[in-house]
Design a protein around this ligand. Structure first.
Ligand SMILES: NC(=O)c1ccc[n+]([C@@H]2O[C@H](COP(=O)([O-])OP(=O)(O)OC[C@H]3O[C@@H](n4cnc5c(N)ncnc54)[C@H](O)[C@@H]3O)[C@@H](O)[C@H]2O)c1
Length: 372
């Protein structure tokens, strides 16, 4: 199969879909790998490294999208890429459809096959979301710590405190991969951490593994309101796979919070879990609503591109090799994990939460039926 890897064009997106080692694995399996010139530079990977791995370098996105049967990339296609998508072309990437209606329409109209990293599921685990969630969770805490400093408009709190002065309080909504990683870093910074979740099984696990300065609690509206009043940094990390994130913090809640407190909405790629969130970019990551600083960058791991590229490519390559070897239909028939990742198939929606998000159950059919 011809595997294409274009350069990412999202703002400050320096990751790339394939490392040279992953390209080599596809080549050794008998595939042709076509990489856009300069695609890896943001992650410190040169064209020469891809050539040494057996890939071909093509000059621009039109050549890569035009020749490849399967595109391997990081972020969802953006507007300039919409006309390049071809009917029946397999695009293996993050999509987060529920948060982006124009992408949803474009992919339907172009009749692509969308295999979305974020909904590939093994048991309860999301193996292709996990590596980026680890990065984003660890990073969320660093961003919160940075923006509560005085020069950034924050209250001037050192997160870990000093002798005789209390540390900051970090409130984390959602104790999954993002939340757990954020909590570990916050705890390591000596902050007081409160972690909220609604899964009792998850809370039990968190109680066992978290250090003493992390308090894990069941998330209900009263607990959330109480904790909002004392938090200095709030990290939004809830997820209902495929669906729009629930808006847990409403605009009226901001009045309860301390002025200058920082909210990091990691779940912004699924629409955000704060009502006042809107996607921002690494060029202008924050905005202020009612004296509360909002950080809502939708591609946080792009800031630590090299680490993220290796972590993502390591996770996607084994599923990608199966898709390339067997074709999407057979691979999805054999693997439930991949079937759950299939969001669109040539004009049909195959992921129910995505169809529900846009009221398009009329063109929804279960993946198993569509690829039978
Ligand atoms: N902005 C970025 O760059 C970026 C990067 C990586 C991940 N993400 C996003 O971060 C979010 C979290 O990802 P994850 O990998 O941690 O998911 P996860 O499935 O591991 O964890 C989500 C957790 O949210 C909990 N939850 C669900 N509803 C809740 C509620 N009402 N209150 C409290 N907890 C609730 C679940 O029980 C689960 O433990 C996702 O939307 C993901 O797409 C964003």
């Amino acid at each position: 199969m011809k595997i294409g890897c274009p350069r990412e064009i999202k703002n400050h997106e320096n990751r790339v879909g394939l490392t040279p080692n992953a390209a080599c694995a596809y080549v050794q399996a008998g595939h042709e790998v076509l990489v856009e010139s300069g695609a890896g530079l943001g992650s410190g990977l040169s064209d020469q490294e891809y050539v040494a791995a057996g890939a071909q370098i093509l000059p621009g996105p039109a050549e890569v999208w035009g020749a490849a049967e399967m595109i391997v990339k990081v972020k969802e296609p953006l507007e300039p890429e919409y006309p390049l998508m071809r009917p029946g072309q397999l695009v293996y990437a993050y999509f987060h459809f529920a948060a982006d209606e124009s992408l949803f329409r474009a992919c339907l109209e172009r009749r692509i096959v969308a295999l979305a990293y974020e909904t590939v599921q093994e048991g309860r685990a999301l193996p292709l979301l996990k590596p980026m969630s680890e990065v984003a969770g660890r990073m969320a805490c660093l961003m919160g710590a940075f923006y509560i400093s005085s020069p950034q408009g924050g209250p001037g709190l050192l997160p870990m405190g000093v002798t005789g002065v209390a540390p900051a309080e970090v409130l984390i909504l959602g104790g999954g991969v993002v939340g757990t990683n954020a909590a570990h870093i916050a705890a390591g910074l000596n902050a007081n951490v409160v972690l909220l979740d609604i899964s009792l099984a998850r809370l039990e696990y968190l109680d066992e593994i978290m250090p003493a300065n992390v308090l894990s609690l069941y998330n209900d509206p009263v607990t959330l309101e109480t904790r909002l009043k004392t938090a200095d940094i709030i990290i939004g990390a809830v997820l209902i796979p495929g669906a729009r994130a629930p808006r847990l913090i409403r605009r009226e809640h901001l009045k309860l919070m301390k002025p200058g407190s920082v909210m990091v909405d990691v779940a912004i790629d699924q629409g955000g879990c704060f009502e006042t969130s809107r996607p921002t970019t690494h060029s202008r990551p924050t905005f202020v609503v009612d004296e509360v600083i909002h950080y809502c960058v939708a591609n946080m791991p792009g800031a630590y591109a090299r680490t993220s590229t290796f972590a993502l490519s390591n996770a996607t390559v084994s599923y990608g090799l199966k898709l390339a070897a067997e074709g999407v239909e057979k691979a999805c028939r054999e693997s439930e994990a991949l079937r759950l990742g299939l969001n669109m198939y040539q004009g049909r929606i195959t992921c129910k939460p995505v169809a529900e998000a846009f009221g398009r159950l009329d063109i929804y059919a279960p993946a198993a039926e569509v690829i039978a």
